[in-house]
Design a protein around this ligand. Structure first.
Ligand code: 2AM
Length: 548
């Protein structure tokens, strides 16, 4: 915290700090917490360098204050198909609108986070960078567009950018060196970011064998006690690739005898994701003439849709070295899953609910790297490398008497199992209401018996279920919200907190629209007033989302 950090920083460079610390606004737009974490990193380093940093969440941004920001660092994640993080949507929209204030006198730099496995890589960061300039602000340092392995390049960017933003009168040797590696700093009492090895002690398919889905309940045991995770946090799994795919790539490249390479491809490199930049790196590294022509053709973006690295290798066959593969691929990123347990109920374990992702595109069977690793190649007794990813934007109310409404279709139900466990353990007097949905009652009712127990012991007051494919017409969780509008509004008016977890693209938006509709129909509000009411709940952190 700032009060504890200040004396240490002052001690490190006593007389050298400029007299009046230079104000620095650090604005972040975060969905899963990475941008927020980096904003904190910027703040810590900036403070040590004599700035007076202020971290502002886009969710809380009052646009009228921006022209007075002076120096501004913006860190923005891009979500799904080029969208801003949900909590940033309002302020982002205002900033892009004609009425946005001019920003002459502001000096800015933008750090963009994204994922090259999605089409619009870093779109939001790019748009912000252009928008600040269009509004008259001055770019102090170039933007960086970072993929999932952002930690090292982000640390470099932060150092360089703070140097560029530093007032001229501060001599460069005032800059205090700070160790930025993950886990190096935990003066905030943060959970360690070092991965640990856990043992799989339970591995069950929650769907019936006749389901078209396969959802694995995974229980993991920490040897030295579970890290201090909270309900709402996620757990990152460091997966391994499909060994068959590794062999296929090795065969296609004529490298099948190389055991060292095989190991690297199995657990270190992302050998599925195919982005436009993968194709460019491939063409450049291999010098493949046809691949180079393909990059120039402008057809790459459409072609990579639904395709993976193996498709590229097969389309442009030829000698490919281990070094080529290393240049062309990115490091294999961990995958985050919402934690489905409370330590108060499971002790030194952590539970996850993971749906196996399998599909076919362009005549080839594809699978989600981590989910199918867990479903097919992990069994009881196996070891996994994992790391807690805290999410302070998805938290039970601090007051246990507060009611909660939870909407979690499919694997979106995971964090609500943690919520119910937690509230049972602390004997929270507040009521809990769960909306669950999946395809079929008989095959896909995840944790059905546990919900029944929870209804009996009172840790769940009410459950409403929507089985979408048990009847000719689709029934979704938002239909259940419509049918329960009056009671839902009564709970919310009584102070209840509302939570949504699961699919970001459609479900979370449809559910939000249903809540807006509920306020319209029950209270006779106009659409605009009902919308403003829900936006107010979001700002008050009483409407929270964990979506993917
Ligand atoms: P479907 O697969 O029959 O379309 C969990 O995946 C459940 O969420 C399934 O029952 C799925 O139904 C449903 N679902 C799909 N799209 C949805 C949406 N836009 N809103 C709510 N639920 C949805």
């Amino acid at each position: 915290d700032a009060a504890a950090g200040q004396p240490a920083a002052a001690a490190a460079a006593p007389a050298a700090l400029p007299k009046a610390a230079e104000p620095l606004t650090i604005l972040f737009a975060s969905e899963s917490g990475n941008s927020e974490k980096l904003a904190g990193d910027v703040s810590k380093l900036a403070r040590k360098q004599g700035f007076k940093p202020k971290v502002v969440d886009f969710a809380d941004l009052d646009l009228a204050t921006l022209p007075k920001a002076g120096k501004l660092v913006a860190i923005a994640a891009t979500w799904g198909e080029g969208e801003p993080p949900a909590r940033a949507v309002r302020a982002y929209g205002e900033l892009m609108a004609d009425a946005a204030p001019r920003l002459e006198g502001v000096e800015f730099a933008v750090l963009a986070l994204g994922d090259t496995s999605y089409a619009e890589f870093c779109a939001i960061g790019k748009a912000l960078d252009a928008r600040f300039e269009a509004l008259g602000a001055k770019r102090a340092a170039p933007r960086a567009d970072l993929d999932l392995d952002f930690e090292k390049p982000a640390a470099d960017w932060i150092k360089g950018t703070l140097k560029a933003l530093a007032p001229a009168e501060v001599p460069a040797d005032n800059v205090v060196a700070v160790d930025f590696r993950a886990g190096a700093e935990d003066e905030d009492g943060e959970v360690s970011r070092e991965p640990v090895v856990v043992e799989v002690i339970d591995h069950v398919n929650l769907n019936s064998s006749r389901s078209d889905k396969e959802t694995i309940h995974l229980a993991l045991a920490f040897e030295d006690g579970a890290p201090a995770y909270e309900p709402g946090d996620s757990l990152e799994i460091f997966p391994e690739n499909d060994p068959q795919l590794v062999d296929e790539i090795l065969r296609a490249t004529g490298l099948s005898g190389d055991e060292v390479l095989r190991k690297a491809l199995l657990s270190e490199r992302d050998i599925t994701t195919l982005s436009a930049s993968t194709v460019e790196r491939f063409a450049k590294a291999t010098g493949h003439a046809e691949a180079a022509a393909f990059v120039e053709s402008g057809e790459v973006k459409a072609w990579i849709e639904g395709r993976h690295l193996i498709d590229l290798i097969e389309r442009f066959p030829g000698e490919l070295t281990a070094e080529h593969l290393n240049t062309v691929t990115r490091p294999l990123p961990p995958r985050a899953y919402s934690i489905a347990s409370s330590r108060k109920e499971v002790g030194d374990e952590v539970h996850l609910t993971i749906a196996a992702v399998r599909y076919e595109t362009h005549g080839r069977a594809r699978s989600g790297v981590a989910s199918v690793h867990v479903a097919d190649r992990i069994k009881n007794g196996a070891k996994l490398r994992v790391r807690v990813k805290p999410n302070k934007h998805f938290r039970l109310p601090s007051d246990p008497t507060t009611d909660v409404i939870m909407v979690g279709p499919g694997t979106g139900v995971a964090p609500f199992r943690a919520f119910v466990q937690e509230r049972r353990a602390i004997e929270a007097p507040g009521r809990s209401w769960l909306f669950f949905g999946d395809r079929h009652f008989t095959h896909d009712f995840l944790y059905q018996l546990e919900w029944q127990d929870a209804l009996e012991d009172g840790s769940l007051a009410k459950i409403d279920v929507a089985f979408s494919r048990d009847q000719p017409e689709k029934i979704y969780v938002q239909d259940r919200i419509d049918q329960n509008a009056a009671e839902l509004v009564a709970w919310l008016d009584g102070g209840a907190h509302f939570y949504v977890c699961g699919d970001a693209k459609n479900m979370a938006k449809d559910v939000r629209a249903a809540v807006v509709r509920a306020f319209e129909s029950v209270k006779g509000l106009s659409a605009a007033d009902a919308e403003a009411h829900v936006a107010g709940l979001e700002r008050a952190k009483r409407y929270q989302q964990d979506v993917y």
